[in-house]
Design a protein around this ligand. Structure first.
Ligand code: BES
Ligand code: MN
Ligand code: ZN
Length: 495
């Protein structure tokens, strides 16, 4: 599907479907014929969020269908409204089987959202709403390509809007490439997305830009570095662990050095502390943090930012076997911290211990980690909201604000000082579980905190929003969501 921008009205061109997104209770007389205004009125169409009305045009006109699509009240419009609208349109287009679509955006501009933000969000929604994972399903693949539109032409009147929009369109395409790559990696079964394939995916991304370099941290190197924690998690698997360190260098002199660390457990069986069958069915998604890092760099291959960015993950598989790490074992991370393993299913923090310790040695200005860390975070915030905890208040607030813009909701959980006790061990520096039955997401963060040391750090627990059990938003179909890619780019752009 091609997406174009055009200045001026679409008169005299041929389209199967002409789309008018409209505000709540907006007068339609400016856009469509009186007969359609009359029909919309009769049908009680008001233009509420998500409301739509499709009208065939039979009297020899060029347009074959007109679609009215509500975006709701003008005073409530924000950037994310346009993303959701784009997602809704994707669905309507598929249903209508239209091949050539025109959309006129002039009616729904908002004083609070720039042309660039508006078009970017709209195009993101349109593309992300159309995403399907059909690598293993030929029939779906065929059906999808049969129903897909050939082109969507976006019209606007003013030329200043057009230039602002061009930039937004290009940015959206790069962001979408990053998000869809992250979704593909998450959706791919663990048998085809082990540590090696994660490293391969990062390699492919690094090839796209001369600004991106990649270093691989293989098992021998991990041993040399003393990554005893991550290595212990990997020991139960037939697959060797694979570490990846991506580096983006900006054009000009870099202002700051930012590190993004992702949890990349390519399958989480729980290890010897084996998960029950139901808890294991979706655990191919436990590398979503690493996937977000790869997706972020896919976007960075096309979007310039002014800071040095490092993306790090240690890809491992958590399996039970004769060589697996055991409850009761004490393992040592790269920075010398000793960890008593009380539950092999709390493996994410054990691998992140070494990833963060490694990040710390690079002396960055900021570390952000992104991880499907705890079921407790899903219990606290549900499937749509990520938890944020850390040592940098301002950064947490910034990420929450950016997440609201990009449609990736984040809520803060407290680093209540007394709860640091929950991860203290009697025989080692830390234990890898918290207090029984309470504040599990916070315990995870308390554990990680030690490894970031004095570097300002924020932990994003994406156990909920990394994966959608069912479609939760019009731009987020069932499956891997690519959560974090848009957020992190937005953050880096703001530096
Ligand atoms: N990968 C899981 C967390 C998870 C749960 C992600 C549900 C996505 C959906 C993590 O490794 C885990 O098993 N955490 C345990 C920690 C506990 C043993 C301290 C949990 O949350 O139960
Ligand atoms: Mn686990
Ligand atoms: Zn896990």
């Amino acid at each position: 599907m091609q997406i174009f921008l055009e200045k001026g009205l679409a008169r005299g061109k041929e389209f199967d479907l002409f789309v008018y997104p409209v505000l709540h209770k907006q007068s339609l007389t400016k856009f469509v014929d009186s007969s359609i205004v009359f029909y919309a009125d009769q049908e009680g169409f008001e233009g509420a969020v998500g409301e739509w009305l499709c009208v065939p045009v039979l009297n020899g006109a060029l347009t074959k269908k007109i679609l009215l699509l509500g975006i709701g009240e003008k005073r409530l419009l924000e950037e994310d409204s346009y993303r959701k609208l784009g997602g809704q349109l994707a669905k309507r287009i598929r249903e209508s089987k239209a091949k050539n679509v025109a959309v006129s955006l002039d009616a729904i501009v908002s004083p609070g959202v720039s042309g660039r933000d508006m078009i970017r969000a709209f195009v993101e929604g349109l593309r992300l709403g159309n995403y399907v994972f059909h690598a293993y399903h030929a029939e779906h693949r065929e059906k999808h390509s049969k129903n897909a539109a050939k082109s969507v032409c976006i019209f606007a009147e003013s030329s200043s809007l057009i230039t602002a929009m061009q930039k937004g369109l290009e940015e959206a395409e790069s962001l979408v490439a990053g998000v869809c790559l992250a979704r593909d990696l998450v959706n791919t079964p663990s048998m085809d997305m082990g540590p090696q394939q994660m490293a391969d995916a990062a390699n492919e991304v690094a090839r796209l830009s001369k600004r991106i370099k990649i270093m691989h941290i293989d098992m021998v190197e991990m041993e040399r570095l003393g990554m005893g924690a991550a290595l212990s998690v990997a020991r139960g698997s037939l697959y060797e662990p694979k570490g990846v360190h991506l580096i983006y260098t900006p054009k000009g002199k870099s202002k700051r050095k930012i590190i993004i660390v992702g949890k990349a457990v390519t399958f989480d069986s729980g290890g010897l502390s084996l998960k029950p069958a139901d808890g294991m069915t979706t655990m191919k998604i436990d590398m979503a943090g690493g996937a977000a890092v790869v997706g972020l760099f896919r976007a960075l291959a096309k979007i310039d930012v002014d800071v040095e960015v490092h993306g790090i993950f240690l890809a491992v598989e958590n399996m039970p076997s004769g060589s697996a790490y055991r409850p009761g074992d004490v393992v040592k991370a790269m920075d010398g911290t000793t960890i008593e393993i009380l539950n092999t299913d709390a493996e994410g923090r054990v691998t992140l211990a070494d990833a963060l310790a490694y990040a710390k040695t690079l002396q960055p200005d900021i570390i952000i980690d992104i991880a499907t860390l705890t079921g407790a975070c899903v219990a606290a915030l549900g499937e749509e909201i990520a938890g944020a905890m850390g040592t940098d208040r301002k950064l947490i607030e910034k990420l929450i604000a950016y997440g609201r813009q990009t449609g990736e909701p984040i809520w803060e959980l407290p680093m209540f000082p007394a709860y640091e006790e929950h991860v203290k061990s009697r025989i080692a520096n830390l234990k890898n579980t918290g207090a029984r039955g309470q504040a599990g997401a916070i315990a995870g963060a308390m554990f990680l905190k030690r490894f970031a040391g004095a570097i300002p750090w924020v932990h994003l627990d994406i156990a909920g929003p990394a994966y959608a059990e069912r479609e939760v938003r019009s731009d987020t179909p069932q499956g891997g969501t690519g959560f974090g890619v848009r957020l992190l780019i937005r953050y880096l752009q703001g530096l």
